[in-house]
Design a protein around this ligand. Structure first.
Ligand SMILES: C[S@@+](CC[C@H](N)C(=O)[O-])C[C@H]1O[C@@H](n2cnc3c(N)ncnc32)[C@H](O)[C@@H]1O
Length: 265
């Protein structure tokens, strides 16, 4: 993973080379609509308040839990006994991006959503709350963490989430037996190059033209940047949007010319 200094330098470069986030100069109507109706939707949805209250509870919970380590999944903590608040502070997608996931789920209305990496279920909750007609399958290997996520889903009264336990190597084949297609994927589990590319390749078999892949932390490390470049170069990929902390990937063949956008957010 890059040092905070390297990451800041990268962020500054991104900030000054990205489009301004208002849609000026963007000639793709699809991307223009994304900016206008999703990225810049400033409404305050009721799910925001309830899910952020659940996050606050986690951030103030000093209890210790035993956690299986799945490697590059967490940027900060390495030991097995962990404080819930510390995991919440280092692993969960911050409010700004979690709420963007909400708006993506609300706007594109994916029927089947797959998330690799549940943690305490904050991003899963946003994806599910935005779109009650969707089914969200979220995969988490650490049993104690998954148990807390399950409680959160109950407390938030979200009945459209199915949590699959075990390592992704075990849970993905089980998932593939249960679904036909995937409409939205959020890859937020293993931040290494090879596993990321392998998951992408396997999930692509279940993709349809409108499927959207969202990759977390595409500039977090050299490996993740290499994975992001390979994904962009994949012949099936037709449009990508780099928001620095996440990357969006579309495979719709209707976007005839492959295009890569970098947008300030
Ligand atoms: C960054 S956290 C997910 C955060 C969550 N998406 C959010 O923003 O609210 C990644 C999670 O993926 C899990 N994970 C990482 N690698 C895994 C693997 N190979 N199999 C199962 N779970 C894994 C970790 O245990 C961790 O809880």
């Amino acid at each position: 993973m890059y040092s905070p200094f390297q990451l800041t330098k990268k962020y500054i470069r991104y900030y000054f080379t990205a489009s301004n986030g208002k849609g000026h100069g963007i000639h793709s109507p699809f991307v223009f609509d994304f900016i206008k109706f999703v990225l810049n939707d400033r409404k305050n949805y009721s799910c925001y308040e309830t899910i952020e209250a659940a996050r606050e509870n986690l951030l103030s919970n000093r209890s210790l839990i035993d956690v299986e380590d799945f490697g590059a999944g967490s940027a900060v903590i390495k030991t097995n006994k962990r404080i819930i608040a510390k995991i919440a502070a280092s692993s969960l997608k911050p409010k700004k991006f979690s709420q963007l996931l909400f708006r993506i789920s609300q706007y594109y209305k994916p029927a089947t959503i797959v998330e690799l990496g549940t943690s305490f279920g904050i991003s899963s909750a946003y994806l599910a709350c935005a779109n009650p007609a969707a089914t969200v399958y979220t995969l988490e290997g650490a049993g104690s963490i998954a148990a807390i996520a399950t409680k959160n889903f109950e407390q938030l009264n979200l009945q459209n989430i199915h949590l699959l336990g075990g390592d992704f190597r075990e849970s993905l084949p089980l998932l593939f037996r249960r679904i036909k297609n995937i409409d939205l994927v959020f890859l937020d589990g293993n931040h290494r190059k090879e596993p990321t590319l392998q998951y992408f390749s396997r999930l692509l078999d279940y993709a349809v033209a409108s499927t959207l892949f969202i990759f977390d932390d595409i500039h977090w490390s050299r490996e993740m940047e290499e994975a992001w470049t390979e994904v962009q170069q994949d012949s099936r990929v037709t449009l990508t949007i780099d928001l620095f902390f996440i990357g969006l990937v579309f495979i719709n063949p209707e976007f005839k010319e492959k295009q890569h956008f970098k947008i300030r957010f």
